[in-house]
Ligand binder design. Structure first.
Ligand code: FAD
Length: 484
């Protein structure tokens, strides 16, 4: 055993496996509460190829809630929040209830770099070139084994180690679902044909083949997405010849592609971990759920898992968590992932070239001309339609609160420290007893149509009302016993 613990003394409270977007976000959230965090990442360098097209509304809101909006906006390109469901081309629906009702085109490596930097700035330790090989847990903590045979100990371990998660496998948690039925080649390369010719051809081919795409990336480089010939074991990346062959088969030309920057392939396997927590070990992000990238939801889902888990795990470690708080992570996030899996299953059917699904696609395309239908689907993809089950109450209960105006500026600017918040229009309430965990803003002008609300650190409305005793009961439900 390594020498970093003895007699129940831990050098780290939480070890996180994997420094992808989920692991980096979780590390930062934990650091807001002074939790000692170590992130172990098997790759020595951050991955450079571009998987993600963008960040959706709820994730952009989370960035705003932690003071990361400006750097994210500087590095991304704002696009309308429409046309994401099964790539059915539609404008952004009217009435999206957000101060950030746009999509942000930003490559995954840029997001990961920014979140990792943020976590480190807050005091997280990140060790690269360090893979987790296994672990054992007991009543007090987890002994983590590294691939070089060394051991580390912490109170909790969180597997944010992606689709092939070692943590999930070692935990023995089942990962039921469907294997890949189709595969898609994706890469960045130069082309030997004029842009106008490509644009005309893409429009023509995308009609019967919605999974085909050539998009200019600047300086003569194109992002190329084309269905693969079959399903592989994905151990090897595709070759340029694979791309050429598939382009010829589907578009009748290979567009003279050459000089690839990177080439990859992805499948449509769809799986959801049966449990998100076993004792002191938890799962988040792709380690807990995988699905095809239609609609661009995976990174967003993982970052939002981390946001949900961070303050709860911190509360557990700080000692003020109510008994069942940590279990609400799975209770809340498992159904959200199940819903995302379902919407990607539906989208994959709609992207099929078979006549039946194509007919359903045409019908849905017409239905999406009704703003409510378009908005419902976009609220799903962008995760602003989520409502957690906090019991009976007004519709706002269990939903996230948009960034409203306050006397002292924007609401989200008050949430940078990741604490709870009571927003009180009555100016009669107090958070005495919980002021080490919860802030109070008394503001009769706050843009709310209810007397007062309690917001959790992840921005979800946990109580609506006006009476102090009622508020105290809910403070105790979410933030534990009052301090003496
Ligand atoms: C083609 C494509 C396009 C996509 N587009 C979008 C999009 O537009 N929007 C969107 O939201 N999502 C998109 N996704 C999904 C998104 O890329 C993933 O959901 C996201 O990367 C998940 O983040 P994660 O941190 O959970 O896992 P990962 O990003 O997989 O990170 C896991 C990390 O763990 C590390 N690791 C693995 N094993 C170990 C170990 N044993 N020890 C230590 N470290 C380990 C890995 O090296 C990696 O850095 C797309 C995916 C694909 C394939």
């Amino acid at each position: 055993m390594g020498g970093n613990w003895a007699n129940g003394w831990f050098l780290f409270d939480v070890i996180i496996a994997g420094c992808g977007p989920t692991g980096a976000m979780l590390a930062a959230e934990l650091r807001l509460h002074d939790v000692r965090v170590l992130v172990l990442e098997k790759e020595t360098e951050p991955v450079s190829f571009v998987r993600v097209v963008g960040m959706h509304i709820r994730s952009i809101e989370l960035m705003a809630m932690r003071g990361l909006l400006d750097p994210i906006l500087e590095r991304g390109r704002q696009r309308p929040a429409g046309g994401f469901f099964a790539a059915i081309t539609k404008p952004a629906p009217a009435g999206l209830d957000s101060a950030h009702a746009y999509m942000l085109g930003i490559p995954q490596p840029v997001i990961v770099h920014l979140l990792e930097e943020h976590a480190i700035k807050l005091g997280a330790q990140v060790r690269r070139g360090c893979a987790i090989a296994g672990f054992e847990q007991d009543d007090e903590g987890v002994t983590v084994e590294l691939s070089d045979g060394k051991q580390l100990r912490s109170r909790y371990l969180v597997g944010c180690d992606g689709a092939r998660s070692t943590v999930r496998k070692r935990l023995g948690v089942a990962f039921p679902g469907e294997p890949s039925r189709t595969e898609t080649l994706m890469g960045e390369m130069e082309v030997g044909v004029r842009p106008e010719e490509i644009a005309a051809k893409v429009t023509e081919i995308r009609e019967p083949h919605p999974r085909f795409w050539l998009r200019p990336f600047g300086k003569g480089v194109y992002s190329v997405v084309v269905p693969a010939a079959g399903v592989s074991d994905r151990a090897e990346p595709p070759t340029l010849e694979d791309f050429k062959q598939q382009l010829r088969t589907i578009a009748g030309t290979d567009f003279g592609v050459h000089s690839p920057r990177w080439m990859s392939r992805f499948g449509d396997a769809t799986r959801l971990a049966e449990r998100y927590r076993v004792g002191r070990v938890l799962l988040a992000g792709d380690a807990a759920h995988i699905h095809p990238p239609t609609g661009g939801q995976g990174l967003n889902l993982g970052v939002q898992d981390a946001f949900n888990l961070g303050w709860k795990l911190a509360a557990q470690i700080r000692g003020w968590a109510p008994e069942t708080l940590l279990d609400t992570y799975e209770a809340e996030r498992h159904p959200v992932a199940a819903d995302v899996l379902d919407n990607t299953r539906a989208q994959m059917e709609l992207l099929s070239t078979e006549p039946g699904p194509q007919a359903v696609r045409r019908l849905l395309t017409q239905l999406m001309d009704f703003n409510e239908v378009n908005r419902y689907l976009i609220e799903k993809i962008t995760a602003i339609g989520i409502r957690y089950d906090f019991g009976e109450g007004p519709d706002l209960l269990g939903r996230r609160l948009r960034d409203i105006d306050l006397k002292q500026g924007h609401l989200y600017d008050q949430l940078h420290r990741g604490r709870g918040l009571v927003l009180d229009r009555t100016e009669r309430l107090t958070v005495e007893g919980w002021s080490d965990r919860v802030d109070l803003i008394a503001d009769p002008t706050a843009g709310l149509d209810v007397p007062a609300i309690l917001l959790r650190p992840d921005g979800y409305v946990a109580w609506i009302g006006e009476h102090q005793q009622d508020l105290n009961d809910h403070l105790a439900r979410w933030f534990g016993k009052p301090a003496n």
